[in-house]
Design a protein around this ligand. Structure first.
Ligand SMILES: *[C@@H]1O[C@H](CO)[C@@H](O)[C@H](O)[C@H]1NC(C)=O
Length: 251
């Protein structure tokens, strides 16, 4: 936030002292020569997908509150995620229909012979106003050799977003952790973070009064914490992440 405030201040000072054309050139100069090298803030906004430096990824994770709601620290790299031709871009809006089936492209920088864990979850469960069941686990694959997700162990198959009516915007986030070796997690509730399973089940039933099948599938997947799962299973560093937002759209 401080960085942005300084940048804003610098912009105002320059803009007020220079004519229009000059001021834009001056701002570009400040950004390119001072801000970019100093803070690794890239020229364009992440929304244009040019933001790949770690500070830009971190800014978006903080701006949207994934840090601290889900993570203590943002990942250093933007995970590449595509649903067909649509890219996930650090907080862009996607529809339920666009994200019903698993992404067609998912990649991150790998090291040779390493295994990775992929997580996809929603901290805004049951809603952005009442996140008392944070997080809902939507996909979990461990022991992925490189980026070959099909060869990993799927603990929880992909389950697309289904934000309930009136529950606001949900922040669906993808995280990839490097593993220190093969792990044996198989328990569907490993990473469970919740105090009260009975209450959780009630909340789910209330959220999906007309869809008992969806409610049943969700019950084992709430109160789930990516960081808790990582700690419990001795995972290594968080290497990449990305997220989009989705809200109920009548489907
Ligand atoms: C997402 O949709 C909301 C509500 O329509 C809008 O306010 C917001 O600007 C959109 N975000 C992006 C990145 O387009």
């Amino acid at each position: 936030m401080m960085i942005l405030q300084y940048y804003l201040l610098a912009s105002i000072i320059f803009a007020s002292n220079l004519a229009q054309g000059q001021s834009i050139a001056a701002l570009d100069w400040i950004q390119d020569r001072i801000l970019c090298p100093l803070f690794e803030i890239c020229h364009q906004e992440p929304a244009h997908l040019t933001c790949t430096t770690s500070n830009c990824v971190a800014l978006k994770f903080i701006e949207f509150g994934i840090v601290p709601d889900v993570l203590q620290k943002a990942p250093p790299e933007m995970l590449k995620v595509q649903y067909g031709s649509k890219e996930v871009q650090l907080g862009n809006n996607m529809t339920v229909a666009e994200t019903t089936y698993m992404p067609t492209v998912l990649s991150w920088t790998t090291e040779p012979n390493m295994l990775y864990t992929l997580m996809f979850s929603d901290p805004d469960a049951p809603s952005d106003q009442d996140a008392s069941a944070r997080s809902a686990r939507h996909w979990l694959v461990t022991n992925i050799p490189g980026i070959d997700i099909a060869r990993g162990n799927t603990i929880r198959p992909y389950f697309g977003p289904g934000p309930p009516a009136g529950s606001g915007f949900h922040r669906y986030n993808f995280l990839v952790y490097k593993q220190n070796g093969r792990i044996t997690a198989t328990d569907a509730t490993d990473g469970y973070n919740g105090p009260d399973k009975v209450r959780t089940c009630q909340l789910i039933d209330e959220a999906f009064p007309n869809d008992p099948m969806r409610a049943a599938r969700l019950k084992d997947n709430l109160h789930w914490s990516p960081e808790r799962f990582a700690a419990k299973n001795g995972l290594g560093e968080l290497v990449a992440g990305n997220f989009f937002r989705a809200q109920f759209d009548g489907i």
